[in-house]
Each structure stands twice: as C-alpha cells, then as structure tokens.
Design a binder for this molecule. Structure first.
Ligand SMILES: [Zn+2]
Length: 475
C-alpha cells in the first residue's frame, strides 16, 4: 500500500514551487488556445522535474503531454490553464478592483487546476523513483476548456489512447469526488445569407439574413416546450449584418449551444434545431450554412476509480484554513444572497446529510470531506473532461478553494484563486491525486475492474461528437 505520509511530504516539500506556478499562471491570464505563457510555465516546471514533453497535440500549439516512466500502468493527470475574458481582479481583494479594465482573469480557477495536477504528477514521479514503481505518469496540458473543447480534439487525435485511468480535479467550495455527470454540449454557428437592398426604396428586392436569425430564435423558443426538461438551448448573435437599419442585412450569424445530459440526446436535438434553422431560411428566402464549431461529451464518472480517489482524499485530508482565510472568506460570503449560496451546494443534495448541508450553507469555508455517492444529478454546465471519460476510466475531485456561495466564472473566483485559500485547496487536491495515481499503479486488478465498468458504461470506444471537418478555432 502506498505510504500516505510520504506522499503528503513529497507534495509539501515542493509546495512553494507549485504555488509559484499557480501564481505565475494567475498573473498571465490567457484565453483558450492562446495560453502560450501559461503552458510554457507548466512545461518548464515539468521538464525541470525530468518529464519528457511533447507539444502541439491535435494541432493545438498549447496542448501537450509530459511523461515520466514507461509502459503500464499508465496513469493520466489532466491539467487546465485557460482564463476567461473581462474578469480581471486583484488577488485577495473582496472589492471589485480590476488590475486591468476589461482584462482576462482566472474566473474558473484553472491556474490552480493546472498547477495542482502538476504537483500531483511530480509527487507521483518522486514516489515512483524512491520506491522503484513501474509504470508511467502522463500529465496532459489541456488548453481551451472554456470555449474550445481542447480535450475533445485531443481525444479525437488519440492523445488518451493507451491510458489506463485518468484523474483530475476542479477548484470549488466543497471537498468531494464527483459522483455527478455534466451536460453534453455542441456549439453550432448558423450562417444565413440573403440579398441586400435599400430598406425603404426597394425592400421587396431584399432578403434579410437578420430576419432569418430572429425567426430561428422564435422557432427555438417554441421548440423549448417540446424537448426534455434537462436540455438547454442558448444563443448569441455573432453577426447582426451591419449597423444600418436602412440596409437589408444580407449576412447574419447566430451561435447556439445545445446541451443535454447525454451526447446521444444532444445529437438528436441538433437535428431538430437544424430543422428550425432550415425553416427560417425557407421563410425568408435566404441560404443557410450550418457550421459545427465544437462539441463535448457528458461526464461519465467511473465508480471504481472515483471510489479509489475518494478513499485517497479521505486519507490525505481536506484543506486546513487559518483565521486569516476565514476572515477573507467571510467578506466574500457576506455579499452572497441565499439563492447564490443554495446554488453553490445544489450538486450535493442527497449526498450531504441535512446537518452537513446546513453547516456548509452557514460556514464561509468547508473543511470536511463528503462521501462519494453516485447520483443522477447532471451539473447544468459542461466540461470536456467528459470526452476523456469516454476514452478511459476517469475520476475527478473538488476541493474548497473559495468561499461557500461563490458562483463560478466571476471576479470573486479570480480574487480567491490568487489567495492562500486557493493555494491551500490546490495543495490538498494534489495530495489526493498523487496518492490515487500511486494506488492505481499498485493495484492492476482495480484498473481491470475500472476498465470493465468503463466498457459497460461507454461501449469502450470514443465517438467524437463533432464531424471530422470541425477543427479547433485557434484565432
Ligand atoms: Zn473550469
């Protein structure tokens, strides 16, 4: 059995280095597929630890794999490092104070995610070296999680082939292993082309692409009534055809996200939305081009690997916060209303006891670990970890890196992800992930069981949710 104390020590010994990488990525927040500096910081740290790095996976410059050791068991750790636009914020400040107006910020805590997975990979490597453990640890640098579906492109290119199991984590407000799924999602651009004309002098000669977009939205709003309630349709105009009301718009584009609990359901729903778009084109006498921009699978937790990871988290422990952390977290929590706090604990209804549930809602920070429970709850968001879960048995945990009630994708996450609260959550995650990596390597029979479950749940063969002509939107 893996030596828990030793693994914790190995993470602690290099904790300053790992926190340094997290802060470095935090201070250069870059958007998906443009994470040049962030990827470079992670690669430099991995190379300095003796990992061999291959870059440019799936044709994406910032996608990479860093390997230590060889052969099986081959365990993957997934790291993300992309930021979000317009969320610039000072670290540790509970008052909205952008460092740079309109600048990017790590509003999903991916600076911690990437560096925490790195810390786990390095500690696992150190433990393998000291204890002569055979196998390989693979750190995957996964760019463009937020809008780009980087892991989907990596999965399609075969990056995860030959991996026996994958572990990852996400910063959050709780300490647990995900027994929930997430929604599958496809992003589609509907481009309409019409004919321009003078909107007053000769409107009968024009065919409006903007009208087509609007009629498509009307159609989709009726469609909502007749789709499964868990599905989500949302849209944004990408091209409104110009700014002059007196010119009939001959081009317009609307971008839809189509989400549902299973990728199969998304693919069925796409056909119905496409029909609505075709109807809109027919009504307006315009031409339609449908472009699938990206897509990702639902997350399928592997129970065998998730239970192992949960056991490891229990042994390595939740983050321990001090008075200053509580004081800072309280300031953030004071700003959240009941609905926000309720929403931040929605995923654990039925998992936490009523007592634990109330405790979380009242305490600024969570310092206890919830048990692993597989539920039917699908997180009403999406993650491209889903695609990895269709390639290999996958498990992911969360640790408390911000105050209870903090909504994702906000400047409040940026502030806390650059503070000691985030750092402590990250180090706690790294210890559990490192222990799980070694424990999986030491128990090939468990990996076999995980594989059996994986084949049963997914069919054992990754089916990419987008057609071959869909390529990463690098610009
Ligand atoms: Zn995220």
């Amino acid at each position: 059995m893996a030596d828990v104390k030793k693994i914790k020590e190995l993470v602690d010994q290099k904790a300053d280095k790992f926190v340094g990488v997290a802060d470095q990525v935090w201070s250069t927040p870059e958007l998906g597929f443009k994470e040049t500096k962030s990827a470079a910081a992670l690669i430099a740290a991995l190379e300095s630890e003796g990992f061999t790095v291959k870059t440019g996976l799936a044709g994406i410059p910032t996608a990479f794999e860093a390997v230590y050791g060889e052969g099986h068991p081959a365990i993957a750790l997934l790291g993300e490092f992309d930021a979000l636009p317009s969320l610039s914020q000072e670290a540790g400040n509970d008052v909205h104070t952008p460092i740079c107006d309109g600048g990017n910020g790590h509003g999903c805590g991916h600076n911690l995610l990437g560096a925490g997975a790195l810390a786990a990979a390095v500690a696992a490597k150190d433990y393998m070296q000291q204890n002569n453990i055979k196998g390989s640890v693979h750190y995957f640098g996964c760019p463009g999680e937020e809008f780009g579906c980087g892991k989907m492109f990596m999965a399609r290119a075969g990056a995860f082939d030959g991996i026996d199991a994958a572990f990852t984590w996400h910063p959050g407000n709780l300490n647990n292993v995900w027994g929930i799924s997430s929604l599958a999602n496809n992003s589609i651009y509907y481009h309409f082309k019409g004919r321009t004309s003078h909107a007053a002098a000769s409107p009968h000669l024009g065919r409006s692409a903007l009208d087509a977009c609007e009629l498509m939205s009307v159609g989709c709003n009726y469609l909502r009534e007749h789709i499964i309630p868990e599905a989500r349709l949302h849209y944004a105009y990408r091209d409104v055809g110009g700014s002059a009301p007196n010119v009939v718009q001959d081009h317009a584009c609307v971008n839809y996200f189509i989400r549902a609990p299973k990728i199969k359901e998304v693919l069925e729903l796409i056909e119905r939305v496409n029909d609505v778009a075709r109807g809109a084109a027919l009504m307006t006498g315009t031409q339609l081009e449908i472009q699938i921009a990206a897509g990702l699978c639902d997350y399928q937790p592997n129970d065998v690997m998730s239970q192992l990871l949960a056991d490891c988290l229990k042994q390595t422990g939740a983050p321990e916060f001090d008075e200053a952390d509580y004081a800072l977290a309280s300031k953030f929590m004071d700003d959240y209303n009941e609905a926000e706090i309720e929403s931040s604990v929605a995923s654990i209804k039925g998992v936490a006891t009523a007592e634990e549930f109330e405790k979380i809602k009242k305490s600024p920070l969570t310092e206890f670990i919830l048990p692993y429970v597989r539920t039917n709850y699908a997180m009403p968001g999406s993650t491209d970890v889903g695609d990895v879960s269709y390639c290999t048995p996958t498990a992911q945990l969360a640790t408390a890196c911000w105050a209870n009630g903090t909504p994702g994708h906000t400047w409040q996450v940026v502030a806390q992800g650059g503070s000691s609260i985030g750092h402590k959550g990250m180090i706690a995650a790294a210890k559990a992930l490192a222990l799980a990596t070694i424990s999986a390597m030491e128990q090939p029979e468990l990996l076999e069981k995980a594989h059996e479950e994986f084949v049963k749940a997914t069919g054992g063969k990754y089916v990419c949710p987008v057609p071959p002509e869909t390529v990463p939107l690098l610009d």
